[in-house]
Design a binder for this molecule. Structure first.
Ligand code: CTP
Length: 405
């Protein structure tokens, strides 16, 4: 089968990090996939890889100097950006990512990146501490919200001698993600998208050994997370206590206990996401006071009263924060007037669609491996599904999300 990158015009941008030594392999693989490649490199990148290597592999001159008098066009960055269908920056240093986030154009590569508006991939490569710095995290979130696809760095041995996150993805993985984005199949819409999922129950502490919880197993949310990551999305899974394990490297898992912890994690990551699916069974109330010791049995027979206060509604808060272009999906668990109540939740919480679970359906809901859902859209369109394994229900939800993205 022909590669989806066949006959595509691709600019490989190379910035100055040690991972630049992998750029020639990326160029070679792109050429093998049938693409036409031109390279643009920063002067620092050319300390790591020679122009001759890149020119020999790509069959084209390397664009590196904005003011080179031998360039065929005086505004080479403009003619190059018109020529190209795709741009991939590999490696992308913290410096080029920072410049792109701020719109700085002070050399050939950054000028090209600023003027290029078609599908763009960046492949970060840097030391773990730079990767975790607040400035880098702000900048990469800006690129994501500008629609740039980030091919995540990997964990491994770094040039500084330590082991950690920050190694550039291997050229084969970069090409894999580029092919997915252009394959035109079920993967295309979700590939490279950052998606938040909440899953499982929350536990609300009464004292040091007791809590109020619910029977949610987390299976539905985990199945959605696995399905989206299989389709190339970068998933952030915020989960309450569960015995489930997530196996995909594309899933970043954040474990929380209470509704308030889930609220903090979800509201922090949502601004950098293109979509969120909130499937957690969040406790609506928590005990007003948590005893720091085990509460002793009382001698009188009147029993005891625990006063509960309301928890934040995570879904409604994300509905308030939602920007244009972000998709927000909620679940509704109803026992009466199901469709009507779910439609009310959809509009009150500013959702794009809602997944309705009915407790009347046998084999659906908490703890089961199967589920039966109804999807309701903003315009009231209602799609009733059959009882299916939760993995198949997750695929239906992923398809619906993909159709909106
Ligand atoms: N939800 C949430 N935060 C809460 C309560 C619910 O994010 N504090 C989310 C759930 O993850 C789900 C949706 O809201 O996606 C609906 O939850 P549900 O319990 O059905 O509805 P509520 O809004 O809590 O309303 P009610 O319990 O009155 O039906």
């Amino acid at each position: 089968m022909a590669s989806p990158l066949k006959d595509k015009h691709i600019i490989v941008g190379i910035s100055g990090g040690i991972a630049a030594y992998k750029a020639p392999l990326l160029v070679r693989l792109l050429i093998k996939a049938g693409a036409d490649v031109r390279c643009a490199a920063t002067p620092h990148a050319l300390q790591f890889v020679t122009p001759l290597t890149l020119e020999t592999l790509s069959g084209n001159p390397v664009y590196t100097d904005l003011f080179d008098r031998t360039n065929p066009h005086s505004t080479e960055h403009i003619s190059l950006k018109d020529w190209a269908d795709i741009m991939v920056v590999a490696p992308a240093t913290a410096n080029i990512i920072g410049k792109a986030a701020c719109g700085i154009a002070d050399d050939a590569l950054s000028t090209l990146l600023l003027s290029f508006r078609k599908t763009t991939f960046v492949c970060p490569a840097m030391n773990s501490q730079m990767l975790e710095s607040p400035a880098y995290r702000r900048n990469i979130a800006t690129l994501r919200s500008d629609g740039i696809i980030v091919v995540e760095s990997q964990c491994g041995q770094l040039a500084c001698g330590t082991v950690g996150d920050g190694r550039m993805a291997e050229p084969e993985q970069i090409i894999g993600q580029m092919q997915l984005a252009f394959s035109g199949d079920e993967h295309a819409a979700l590939s490279g998208k950052r998606i938040l999922i909440t899953a499982g129950p929350t536990y609300e502490k009464i004292d040091s050994v007791r809590f109020i919880g619910n029977f949610s197993s987390g299976k539905m949310g985990f199945a959605i997370a696995e399905e989206l990551s299989r389709r190339g999305a970068e998933v952030i899974l915020v989960t309450g206590p569960t015995h489930l394990a997530s196996s995909s490297p594309n899933i970043r898992r954040i474990d929380v206990l209470s509704a308030r912890e889930m609220y903090s994690a979800a509201t922090e990551v949502f601004p950098s996401c293109q979509a969120a699916i909130l499937s957690a069974a969040v406790a609506d109330f928590r005990p007003e006071h948590v005893a720091d010791h085990k509460i002793k049995k009382q001698n009188d027979t009147d029993g005891m009263t625990i006063r509960l206060v309301q928890n934040p509604d995570i879904l409604a808060s994300l509905g308030n924060m939602k920007r244009d272009g972000q998709i927000l999906v909620g679940f509704a668990l109803e026992t009466d007037n199901e469709i009507e109540n779910a439609k009310k939740k959809l509009s009150k919480k500013n959702l794009d669609f809602i997944v309705l679970n009915s407790l009347h359906d046998k084999g659906a809901g908490f703890g089961h491996d199967t589920n039966k859902i109804t999807i309701i859209d903003r315009d009231g369109t209602t799609t009733i599904g059959d009882l299916k394994p939760k993995t198949a229900v997750a695929a239906d939800i992923a398809n619906h999300l993909a159709s909106l993205l």
